[in-house]
Design a protein around this ligand. Sequence first.
Ligand code: NAG
Length: 493
Amino acid sequence: MLPVILAASLLAPAVAAASAPRHVVPRGDGIVRSPIRAIPDAAPKLRVRQNEVEVENQRAGTRYAVEMEVGTPPQTLTLILDTGSPDTWINPSCDTANVPSDCRSFPQFDSSESTSFEQTTVRDILRYGIGNATIRYALETLTLGSATIENQQIGIAIESHMIPLGILGLSPPLNGVNDYPYVLDTMVDQGLIRSKAFSVDLRGVDNPTGALIFGGIDTGKYIGELAKLPMLDRLDTPLGADRYYVTMTGIGLTLPDGTVTQSEEIAVPVFLDTGSTFTRLPTPIYQAFAESFANAQYDPESGYYFVDCDVTELEGASIDFYFGTKTIRVALNDFIWQVQGYCILGVLPDDEEPILGDTFLRAAYVVFDQDNRNLHIAQAANCGTNLVAIGSGEDAVPSSTGQCTELPTPTGTAGGLDVTSTRHLTNTFTGTARPTINEGPGPAASRGTSGGDSPEPTTTGSPGTNAAGRGVELGFGAMVTLGAVNLLAMLLL
Ligand SMILES: *[C@@H]1O[C@H](CO)[C@@H](O)[C@H](O)[C@H]1NC(C)=O
């Protein structure tokens, strides 16, 4: 059967990136912690019950953000935390943001007030799932949590579209080559953390703030062992972009009575993206999921599935993601967005680059280890704080067991979930009004890999200052196509 063949090729261990030994003496304890908060959708909500404001706000949160101080003296800015892009930039154009008033409610950086601001003449265009930014690079001092990063290259937007906040990018360079030292690189070079690794705890609907921890993990925020999942080699990813891709091996639902329905074994490459509001899965999986909900209404125009807002009857139910022997269960409560009076299942179809976005990440504790090319994941929980540093070298991420209590194990099997065939959709949304969702930026388009839409940056600076790796034509177009076709074939069989 095809899924097994594909599984074999995708599960081949990724080649570990050979990282040169670093001789920087760490400053402090090598751990930098910064709170993450969910930013509620800016549009007015139609139904907010008084006693549930906190929860409602969280459930409507469509983006996760961190605060970063920029300049000298420091100016505090709010940035979208994005594991789907590598560049960090600030000052979006609010007039052309998706929701201008939302954009204007956040402070912008005033470079004339900073003594450490150093403008360059180098420009670039950054493209994301939902919009783009034309930026000019500068060197600046950044403060994240307790860490001060000096001379970091960041973008200052000249013009941006559809994006309401600046972005803190923490992905690997998408085409495998650094264009310049990104924030994570500089933190290691300046001895703030010991390896290019950080952990993310977004938190579910009933917790106001999660945390981003550079160079450390918090064993008080997950259950059991962290499972080590190799990141897919860049050339094995669906579009040949180096992202935090791992292989999802199954998907299913736990029903309120504790029984599970589960797909057969699959091997779907998915990447973990804090900058994507929704989880995006290949069409047959997306349909199988959504059609498991009695009364779910499919809206052909937006791709959303509208579901009943009253999920009390579904207490205890979860959507389950399998990664080999590790299962992450996302409580239904965390998987349904409540926006402007509608309740929307947090999944959309995507047959090109499947994404586990915020609706998944709220339930997972994830350590992103770029140096060793592994992700470590466990079921998120909250039972206190116990920070453990990530060192350097192969076993840098400690295999510390989470201190939180196990979830009850499902009690039985309720049947299989067929995720291999597309379905004929019956229950279609007939309304005319739809919510406008102020989504996260979505993944960055990889430079030099996106055929057609001119990835050439408008570099006006002296050649070579900053353009290392830019516009390099990568010769793996055929491979990319093959990968996408395989994936589709697998799912359609
Ligand atoms: C950015 O997006 C806007 C709106 O979609 C578009 O009009 C503009 O041409 C894009 N800019 C670049 C540089 O791609």
